[in-house]
Design a protein around this ligand. Structure first.
Ligand code: BG6
Length: 498
């Protein structure tokens, strides 16, 4: 049984309260923590946005959002009614002075020592102005924290500018930069796999591991987020944060403890050890694609340009934004010398799946008769979502007569069957961690900037190249160049995916 430890009472001010992230993720997550008794009943969620709404109208919106985004079996109307009563609405404009006095009055209703979370679920260009206003109105108490959603900027310079502006109001220890992949149970399980099991960590290096694959596939397209997505693309939206964080957890040295800085110091070293991709190499080690019309799960879907529905480049030209990328990364350390990490992610792929494949090296020598023998090197497949679990593929003897015949079989763990429990959404854990002030699963400033430093030359190479992203049919595993990228090294993407 999960152990639920209530957090201290808090006020959480959510900027961007009428936006997609708040309605789809934050309110359902807060509701779930309230329902399970983790969010104390005198806590408040202060929804802040520009729309002209009052408490009752916002509560109606929240109710609609919960009915839409929480599974019916998990939505208890009586509990939800008590949750709505904890929602307040403040009409605040992040860019002007309007509404800030009302917000300040609301916050001052509670004692100064109460924990205050400012959650910025807005576009990153508002992070600076909102923090400035928070500071000018004297709303930062010692028990305050600010949560910044990704993306932090769109390149290194803009990330630094945002970090500087936020840093003028909040101390680094008060800044929680969210990457929701770190809140996923199975992502945290990577720490358990590596550091709670001797058999893996001792063999977690170039002596035994031949290469690593990380795939994050999505079946969705841009889903009405064209305005944001077209200015971003897969590299900024998924690689710079989620995928590099996965890579860090896989490649980092054992931290001395689970303290926030101990873990983040080790992740930072990985980011700094990534071999820079120089502009002239980008074409050889990266592939970018853009989906065209096709079919996903048997349903015909339109291509990216049609999906944008007018949200593309202002000059009316066809968008060159990538919805798929594959690349080969190298971590230059003793542990990982000669172990490439192949990463790929994309929208409108055949499956929603996040998976890590650890491919071990082949046998140094075989004593088995070569005749008809298909010796497969071991492979560890870590399924992050859905059908969370792990499989270790190994060679075994086929039972029965006929000589020593070998076959690859798998040691399988399905977390769903083992734990028979609901997997909480990543935001539930991360929201409670911000209230508790535990920053282990959040990104430190230097990490975010190191990640931008590494991806920026690729962004530059792509934008300076006359080539457009390669087309791929929606419902396929990306452009064929992605297969060629890994095939050039004599390898293939995990075949069960494609
Ligand atoms: C978000 C991206 O950070 O992650 C989205 O902005 C993407 O484009 C999403 O769809 C994927 O998250 P998950 O949890 O569905 O794998």
């Amino acid at each position: 049984m999960a152990k639920i430890i209530p957090v201290p009472s808090f006020d959480c001010v959510v900027f961007g309260a009428t936006g997609d992230l708040t309605l789809r993720k934050l309110l359902p997550a807060l509701y779930a923590r309230f329902r399970d008794g983790q969010m104390p009943a005198d806590s408040r969620v202060i929804a802040a946005a520009r729309s002209d709404l009052d408490d009752a109208q916002y509560r109606d919106r929240a109710a609609k959002a919960l009915r839409q985004h929480v599974a019916a079996a998990e939505l208890d109307e009586a509990v939800a009614a008590r949750f709505y009563a904890q929602l307040r609405y403040a009409r605040v404009d992040g860019t002007t002075d309007r509404g800030w006095d009302t917000l300040a009055d609301l916050l001052h209703e509670m004692p100064q020592e109460r924990i205050r979370v400012f959650y910025l679920a807005t576009s990153p260009d508002l992070y600076g102005p909102i923090c400035r206003h928070i500071g000018q109105h004297g709303l930062v108490t010692p028990q305050s924290r600010v949560v910044l959603e990704k993306p932090i900027g769109h390149d290194l310079a803009s990330a630094r500018a945002i970090n500087d502006e936020v840093g003028q109001v909040f101390d680094e220890t008060q800044i929680f930069r969210i990457d929701h992949y770190l809140g996923k149970e199975t992502v945290q399980n990577l720490l358990a796999l590596r550091f709670a099991n001797t058999i893996f960590e001792r063999l977690w290096n170039t002596d035994v591991i031949e290469h690593v694959q990380i795939t994050v596939g999505e079946t969705v397209g841009v889903e009405g987020r064209g305005g944001y997505y077209d200015g971003s693309g897969a590299l900024r939206d998924m690689l710079q944060n989620h995928m590099l964080q996965l890579l860090c957890l896989l490649a980092m040295e054992p931290p001395v403890s689970l303290d926030a800085d101990a873990v983040r110091d080790e992740k930072l070293k990985v980011l700094r050890a990534l071999r820079p991709i120089r502009p002239h190499e980008a074409a050889a080690v990266t592939v970018r694609g853009q989906y065209t019309q096709g079919a996903v799960n048997g349903q015909p879907v339109v291509g990216y340009l049609a999906d944008l529905d007018g949200a593309g480049p202002a000059n009316g030209e066809a968008s060159r934004t990538e919805t798929f990328l594959a690349l080969k990364a190298e971590v230059r350390t003793w542990r990982w010398a000669n172990v490439p990490f192949y990463l790929r992610t994309g929208k409108r792929l055949p499956q929603k799946v996040s998976e890590i494949v650890i491919q071990y090296r082949g046998l140094p020598f075989s004593i088995f008769p070569a005749d008809g023998l298909d010796l497969q090197p071991n492979r560890l497949i870590i399924r992050l979502q859905p059908e969370e679990g792990m499989r270790l593929e190994m060679m075994t003897k086929e039972p029965g007569p006929g000589g020593l015949r070998l076959r690859a079989t798998g040691l399988d763990i399905s977390f769903e069957k083992t734990f028979a429990t609901r997997y909480p959404d990543a935001y539930e854990r991360l929201l409670m961690d911000t209230v508790r002030g535990n920053a282990t699963l959040f990104m430190r400033r230097d990490e975010v900037e190191a990640a931008w430093t590494w991806v920026e030359p690729v962004l530059d190479a792509w934008s300076n190249s006359p080539d457009s992203p390669r087309p791929y049919a929606a419902g396929s595993w990306g452009p064929t160049a992605s297969i060629a990228l890994i095939a050039r090294d004599g390898r293939t993407w995990h075949e069960e995916l494609g």
